[in-house]
Each structure stands twice: as structure tokens, then as C-alpha cells.
Write a protein that binds this ligand. Structure first.
Ligand SMILES: Nc1ncnc2c1ncn2[C@@H]1O[C@H](COP(=O)(O)OP(=O)(O)OP(=O)(O)O)[C@@H](O)[C@H]1O
Length: 295
């Protein structure tokens, strides 16, 4: 298996780690298809946890269950000990933010405005006031702008605050999505393929950004097909195959697990030399350049 050239920085002190996210027995069925099958997953404070698996394994569906976009057929999702109602705005208010596999920015709004929209769950004024600059907006404007600019500084986008989002290069659009997610002051950030479509330089910058977010005290759960990214970053990685979590553990545990190798190479193994199209191999090489699917 390929080894990383970049040692993974770890939290200075994770001894007082407490569960931030606890998913218990999550099942999501679509008719006769069980896309997520009885998955348990915990993310502790200070952790970066990876979620990997071949295309169609149920990763994004699981994220959608965690964030209230889908109501799980069975199971519970708790944030800091409280079971969450499956409603996206309540999940965001509770402290979970996410990015999507496909970029979902307001293309004709500025970079700053996009972050301000992400802030609306933490202000009384809300989305429309932020867009229309109504009376309530003025009262909260200074504080929200200050916070948004801080986030743009943090993500390296401050110089482009007044640019239209659609004019940003791809890698910066992904950063902006993260800045917008951070604007809701989350305790847990879910990243769905944050490096999809990025070049190696942008991917490396994204790694740095994820570490910096973790160092701010925000726990992270990340879906990625780029195994180098996952194994550089994550304290633990869970592997989903056909909706089931087949293994969870550190890099060595996952990389050496026969079930993971089989899942990525496909069965039967005899004579198999390539991963299925659109998947990443377990040793960290991609079989195609892009694996994005509309979710
Ligand atoms: N809304 C839906 N209705 C019906 N089936 C769905 C729905 N969403 C997802 N599925 C199915 O559930 C399974 C899991 O899909 P999902 O997108 O969660 O996989 P994934 O692991 O995120 O894949 P990828 O890595 O390609 O993004 C697939 O068979 C998919 O077709």
C-alpha cells in the first residue's frame, strides 16, 4: 500500500475527548434498497474521522441522515448527548454544519455575502434580512460582517470578499463553502468530498485547512475518495460497503483489512488488477480523475 509523505499532525491533547456525534443503528431504506444498514458511528471532540467506501456505498445518504435531509428509517443521531430531530435547520442550529459533494454557492452573490448567508442561523435577522438588508439586518450587520471577514481571513479568501462567487477558481469555491459552513459556529463539520476536482496543490491546501479547523476545536467527519487525503488527516476511518460499516479504525487497521481490499478491488478477486471505474483504490490511488455524482 502507498504510504503518505506527510505525517498526520494530531491534536496536542485528546485525552478529554467527549462524543460530539453519536449515530446509533441508523438505517435508511429507499423502497427495497437499504442504502444505510444499521450504522453506528461516533465522532469525539478534537477528532477528524474519515468515512470511505466505494461508489454507492451509502456515504452521502448517511450524511443526509445525520443532517436531517433524510429521516432515517430507523436509528438516532445525537449531538453532544441530545437526540436531534431530523430537520436540517434544527440540526444546523444545534451545531452541525456541512458541505456538499457538488458546490452549492450563491453564484451571483459576493464571497462575503455567501458567508453572511451561512451566518443566518446564528442571527435573529435570518436569510431574507441578510439578502434584502432590512431594518433588523443593520443592527446585526457589523457583528456578522466582522465574523464573516474573520472566516474569510481564516480560509485565505479575504482579498476576494467582494468578488462574485462564480468568478472564484474551483478550489476557492470549495474553500468558500467551508467558510460558509463555519459561519454557523458549528461544533461538528461534515465535509462531503472536499477535494473532488482539486489539483494536488489545492488538495494539500485543503488538508491544511481541515487541520486548522480541527485546531479551532471543531470536530470533523469527512467523506473522501482520495485515500492519501483521508489517511493523512484522519484519527479514525470508517468503511462503508453496501450500506454497512465493515471496519473502523486507524490507518493500518483499515489499509490491512482484507474486506476493505476486497470491497475496493471488487469480488471475485481472481485476476482483478484494477479498481472499478470511479472508485479509489485502498492504497490511495484514484482510478479516475473525478467521481462526483449529483446528490
Ligand atoms: N433519494 C434516493 N432514492 C433512492 N435511492 C437513493 C437515493 N439516494 C441514494 N440512493 C441510493 O442509495 C445508494 C447509496 O448512495 P449514496 O449516494 O449514499 O452512495 P455514496 O457512497 O455516497 O456514493 P458516491 O461515492 O458515489 O457518492 C445508491 O444505490 C443510490 O442509488
Amino acid at each position: 500500500m502507498t504510504t503518505s509523505t506527510v505525517p498526520a499532525p494530531r491534536p496536542a491533547d485528546n485525552t478529554a475527548a467527549t462524543p460530539v456525534l453519536e449515530a446509533r443503528g441508523v438505517i435508511m431504506r429507499f423502497g427495497g434498497l437499504t442504502a444505510v444498514n444499521n450504522v453506528d458511528l461516533t465522532v469525539n471532540s478534537g477528532e477528524i474521522v474519515g468515512l470511505i467506501g466505494p461508489n454507492g456505498a451509502g456515504k452521502t445518504t448517511f450524511f443526509n441522515c445525520l443532517t436531517g435531509l433524510y429521516v432515517p428509517t430507523e436509528g438516532t443521531v445525537s449531538y453532544k448527548g441530545t437526540v436531534l430531530p431530523p430537520k436540517p435547520h434544527l440540526v444546523t442550529q444545534a451545531g452541525i454544519a456541512r458541505t456538499f459533494q457538488n458546490i452549492r454557492l450563491f453564484a451571483n452573490m459576493t464571497v462575503l455575502e455567501n458567508v453572511l448567508v451561512g451566518r443566518h442561523s446564528r442571527t435573529k435577522e435570518g436569510l431574507f434580512s441578510a439578502i434584502l438588508r432590512g431594518p433588523g439586518y443593520r443592527r446585526a450587520e457589523a457583528e456578522s460582517r466582522e465574523k464573516a471577514m474573520e472566516l474569510l481571513e481564516f480560509t485565505g479568501l479575504a482579498a476576494k470578499a467582494d468578488h462574485l462567487a462564480r468568478n472564484l477558481p474551483y478550489g476557492e469555491q470549495r474553500k468558500l463553502e467551508i467558510a460558509r459552513a463555519l459561519a454557523s459556529d458549528p461544533g461538528l463539520l461534515l465535509l462531503d468530498e472536499p477535494t473532488a476536482g482539486m489539483n494536488p496543490q489545492e488538495t494539500r491546501a485543503a488538508e491544511e485547512l481541515v487541520f486548522a479547523i480541527r485546531d479551532k476545536g471543531i470536530a470533523i467527519l469527512v467523506i473522501e475518495h482520495d485515500m492519501r487525503f483521508i489517511f493523512n488527516l484522519c484519527d479514525r476511518t470508517a468503511v462503508l460497503v453496501q450500506g454497512q460499516k465493515i471496519v473502523e479504525g486507524d490507518r493500518e487497521t483499515v489499509q490491512n483489512d482484507e474486506r476493505v481490499i476486497t470491497a475496493y478491488l471488487g469480488a471475485p478477486l481472481e485476476g482483478a488488477t484494477e479498481a472499478a471505474p470511479g472508485t479509489a483504490t485502498a492504497d490511495g490511488t484514484d482510478s479516475t480523475n473525478s467521481t462526483e455524482a449529483d446528490q
